[in-house]
Design a protein around this ligand. Structure first.
Ligand code: ATP
Ligand code: CA
Ligand code: CA
Length: 435
């Protein structure tokens, strides 16, 4: 599911939904961003900010192409979370809504969730089940406190929780979160690891058809893969993972996985970026007809582009109410022009990822992009699904609900067991030979 997507344009089946999602975010988030800063309070966790969009618009909400309702949950909490994750507020809005371009990832998985990338690939919108939505609201306070105490958490970074609804349509809940993978680097292999071996195998023979498929635990083991981290980085990584898993256990969460994207420095970027961009947004390979050159999407923006972004942003915000003060805008523009990125996070320190090291902490040839994803499944939900399947047939199910405590231990132990530098792997092998 990596790096291949379908551009969502007006002919796309989910265009209206995507348009409504982005319009809602644009209006609601810029309204929140325009307010004067203050501390997060307990009440902020329960806030629901409703907006009703229609063709006419009114003094609070600009006109939109379609009639729909939008809800922004705990907007002030997510504003604070975005700041803690060091997102630039203007950049966030521009990436998601600068122009209505998203790309949708293949067919939805087992869970039925849809995934959309922002046009610059930095953010992912994932539609979630109502149960996951309710659950995130329930644990938001604890998640927030965890992020406060653990700025380097490996857990999915949630930037917003929203809902859209069109007249007579279903309610669609979604989150905005970080794309773990960088826009500017080829990911040569992707693994989704749970620490379980049942059903955790991507058919090797299908790899020819889909060389960028997400592989699983058994594929990892078959390749004798390791997260090659020397003493220092290994400690950092495992300590953080341990803290994150403690939270997941406490919140009775399971079914999450460690997503690992591997960039092999000795291979570098094979395809030229322009081709890759066309592949991403135009799987048929036809020439793009958009007026804006599509290759903009995968380059780091130049000063010129940043200035253009800032200009677009001014225009965009000008069409909103309340209008933010000019000073704030100038500050945003300055920051944009300096090209301030997200720096200073432990697991993003090496070109956005975490570079492999030898046992003595000298750099090795891979960069890992990692994080714990799909962490909104409560144990109670799994039990229900399992019950449902068991009711239908006796052996169809490969879901075997493990209590969260055991799930977390198995998960952590698996990852710990495969985290070792090349030298350590070598020594282990020698030791085994001698036995
Ligand atoms: P299921 O419940 O069937 O496992 P799901 O619909 O809940 O699936 P996820 O497990 O969240 O989906 O993600 C499915 C895949 O999408 C992952 O294996 C990964 O390839 C990709 N993906 C998900 N989240 C991210 C992310 N934050 N960054 C990059 N890729 C992601
Ligand atoms: Ca999953
Ligand atoms: Ca899931």
């Amino acid at each position: 599911r990596v790096l291949v997507g379908t551009k969502v344009d007006e002919s796309h089946a989910n265009w209206v939904t995507a348009y409504n999602m982005l319009t809602g975010i644009r209006v609601s988030v810029s309204r929140t961003n325009a307010k004067l800063d203050r501390e997060v309070t307990d009440e902020d966790f329960n806030v629901k900010q409703k907006s009703t969009f229609d063709i006419a618009g009114n003094e609070l909400v600009p006109s939109a192409k379609y009639d729909f309702k939008f809800k922004d949950y705990a907007p002030w909490v997510f504003r604070d979370l975005r700041a803690r994750f060091r997102l630039d507020p203007a950049d966030y809005l521009m990436s998601l809504t600068g122009k209505y371009i998203l790309s949708e990832l293949g067919s939805p998985g087992k869970s039925g969730s849809f995934f959309y990338f922002s046009r610059d690939y930095k953010y992912i919108i994932k539609t979630i089940h109502h149960a996951e939505h309710k659950f995130l609201r329930k644990i938001l306070k604890e998640y927030y406190e965890h992020v406060k105490d653990n700025p380097n958490t490996l857990l999915s970074q949630f930037y917003g929780l929203h809902r859209v609804k069109v007249p007579y349509g279903k309610k669609i809940h979604f989150v905005v979160m970080n794309n773990l993978f960088p826009p500017h680097r080829d990911i040569h292999a992707t693994f989704d690891l749970k620490g379980s071996t049942i059903g955790r195998d991507y058919k090797e023979e299908d790899l020819d058809k889909n060389p960028r498929a997400t592989l699983k635990d058994l594929n990892w083991l078959r390749r004798h893969r390791h997260l090659e981290l020397g003493l220092q980085k290994k400690r950092l990584f495992l300590e953080q993972l341990q803290r994150d898993v403690v939270l997941l256990k406490r919140l009775q969460i399971m079914d999450y996985s460690l997503l690992v994207g591997i960039h092999d420095l000795s291979r570098g970027n094979e395809e030229n970026l322009r081709d890759k961009t066309l592949q991403v947004f135009n799987p048929g390979g036809e020439k793009s007809t958009d007026d804006e050159p599509q290759s903009v999407l995968l380059r780091t923006p130049s000063k010129l582009e940043n200035a253009r972004k800032a200009r677009e942003l001014r225009q965009m915000i000008r069409s909103e109410k309340p209008v933010p003060i000019g000073q704030a805008l100038d500050k945003i523009q300055d920051e944009l022009e300096e090209g301030k990125g997200r720096r200073g996070f432990v697991f993003n320190q090496d070109d956005g990822g975490f570079r492999a090291t030898h046992e003595d902490d000298s750099p090795a040839e891979e960069i890992y992009y990692l994080g714990v994803i799909d962490c909104l499944t409560h144990y109670g939900m799994i039990k229900k699904i399992e019950h449902f399947w068991k009711g239908l047939t006796n052996d169809r199910t490969q879901i075997s609900a493990l209590p969260p405590e055991q799930y977390g231990d198995r998960f952590y132990n698996f990852v710990e067991g495969v985290t070792m530098s090349a030298e350590e792997v070598h020594r282990e092998a020698q030791r085994r030979d001698e036995e």
